[in-house]
Design a protein around this ligand. Structure first.
Ligand code: NAG
Ligand code: NAG
Length: 156
């Protein structure tokens, strides 16, 4: 049976979780041995060049790629990972090879701290699960867990 102290502690912990609010972390695993991961937010805000990024609130409109030389700031010429991490609307991530993107290195992602292990890998130019036309929305990997985190991986 729970004591009153235990109940008070649990209530305090739950209140703390609620006060803490929405947050998402994006981490990188670069097994290529070269290149620099780039993570951009909306409006051309550079969020990371490889270190973990944690949002205070939703993290919508993220793009990431491994800069190995030819990539533009929007990931042009390179394999692109796109993600929106959002408690209210649900999170979604995918890989795009829609021109001007094109395959450079194996790129993928996995959710963690929710929807563990769900994700996609695009390991070559013919990979089946990357967007090549904007209408291929079935390739979006959706996660409805709150405060979910995302690991983006290259040459994994
Ligand atoms: C993409 O690659 C082409 C050919 O190498 C280059 O001319 C172009 O500037 C690159 N695009 C961007 C946005 O960097
Ligand atoms: C997507 O668009 C292309 C043409 O741009 C079309 O050939 C294809 O059938 C469409 N696919 C779907 C799933 O609607």
């Amino acid at each position: 049976m729970f004591s009153k102290v235990t109940i008070a502690l649990v209530a305090a912990a739950m209140a703390f979780v609620q006060v803490r609010g929405e947050s998402h972390t994006v981490t990188f695993t670069n097994d290529c041995g070269y290149g620099t991961p780039y993570l951009w937010g909306p409006d051309g805000v550079l969020l990371s060049t490889g270190s973990p990024y944690t949002s205070n609130g939703p993290a919508d409109g993220l793009i990431a790629y491994l800069q190995i030389g030819p990539c533009g700031n929007n990931g042009e010429n390179c394999t692109l990972v796109e993600a929106s991490l959002n408690n209210a609307g649900g999170s979604s991530a995918d890989i795009s090879l829609i021109p001007p993107h094109s395959f450079t290195v194996a790129s993928g992602f996995d959710y963690y701290n929710g929807c563990d292990g769900q994700g996609t890998d695009c390991t070559d130019n013919d990979c089946p699960d990357a967007f090549r036309e904007p209408n291929q929305t079935g390739f979006e990997v959706v996660c409805l867990a709150a405060n979910v985190d995302l690991n983006i991986k290259f040459c994994d």
